[in-house]
Design a protein around this ligand. Sequence first.
Ligand code: AMP
Length: 192
Amino acid sequence: MNIILIGPPGAGKGTQAQKLVASRDMMQLSTGDMLRAARTSGTEMGNRVAEVMDKGDLVTDEIVIGLIEEKLEQGSAGGFIFDGFPRTLAQADALGALLARHNTGLHAVIELVVDDAALVGRIVKRAAEAQAAGQPVRKDDTPEVFDDRLRAYYKQTAPLLGYYHAKGQLQRVDGMGSMDTVAAQIATILDA
Ligand code: AMP
């Protein structure tokens, strides 16, 4: 079973992906996490990626599709949770082709629906919690960069909602509830 979690920054995609990893034999593929790992590598590509991420823009399709392609080669018995990927129509097309090449497809595309007004509060809270725990604080978890991330979401990623709706694959979940309430709604979809 392969699923996409889609929604604006701060919607809870990463949190819900981790819950699914813990409760099912699925593998989380977060391009954001992969890119954060790449940026610490000190390579030319890592430095370029860091600059783009810190501005809240999207890195090139070529880079993220390459990262996903590598992970798909490794396989996952329980399937993949795509978290933060695809974020553009080109990425969505590429994912479809990659999955087809592996003789598999998408089981569901789950949109986490959260009020815009709640999002910035969530990412500011995430930054404060990371700092309090002595963990690295994401440079893009600031109200200023958040505006650009949200704009990138509406401009480049939100069109995917129509794309998957047209394929009959889009399912919407109310992302405003508690973590467990949201997880229960997702479980209902996956068990249907
Ligand atoms: P995230 O952790 O998903 O919020 O991603 C953090 C940042 O990584 C984004 O703001 C983008 O700069 C970059 N990024 C993550 N995933 C993608 C993607 N699928 N396509 C392009 N850029 C991405």
